[in-house]
Design a protein around this ligand. Structure first.
Ligand SMILES: CC(C)(COP(=O)(O)OP(=O)(O)OC[C@H]1O[C@@H](n2cnc3c(N)ncnc32)[C@H](O)[C@@H]1OP(=O)(O)O)[C@@H](O)C(=O)NCCC(=O)NCCS
Length: 107
């Protein structure tokens, strides 16, 4: 699947990364979603994931996706908060994953 990965950095310091899959396969539509991210352990709980996703959404829109599917494990409270802060609308739970749709710009 074509994908784009952006690094989130502070000068030369790597903080995290966000990967965007340009299209959904059947499997990605079920559980994987368009977007995945992680923040290095020493930089967590400082708002980086929330800021990283907000910064990525306009770029995702430029790449042609108006509504992005983002999923997280049912017990991943931090990721759920990140998705909700980006305006994610909960659709359902499938296979231990919560599925949210996030608008990447004005609808
Ligand atoms: C999930 C992850 C990306 C969050 O990164 P982060 O930079 O720490 O997130 P933020 O600082 O932006 O915090 C987002 C929210 O989650 C909360 N949060 C962060 N870590 C938390 C934790 N361990 N437990 C409970 N809440 C947590 C924050 O308080 C914040 O809440 P708020 O919006 O109410 O203020 C990071 O924990 C990570 O890389 N985890 C491993 C990989 C992963 O799970 N990726 C997501 C896959 S779907």
């Amino acid at each position: 699947m074509p994908s784009t990965t952006w690094w989130w950095v502070d000068g030369c310091e790597y903080l995290g990364r966000l990967a965007f899959r340009h299209r959904l396969t059947e499997h990605l539509r079920e559980v994987g979603g368009h977007i995945g991210y992680d923040v290095r352990p020493s930089a967590r709980r400082q708002g980086h994931a929330t800021a990283m996703l907000a910064a990525a959404l306009p770029r995702v829109r430029e790449l042609g996706v108006a509504l992005a599917l983002i999923t997280c494990d049912v017990d991943n409270i931090a990721s759920r908060r990140v998705i909700e802060s980006a305006g994610g609308r909960f659709e359902d739970q499938r296979g231990g994953k919560l599925r949210f749709w996030v608008a990447t710009g004005e609808q």
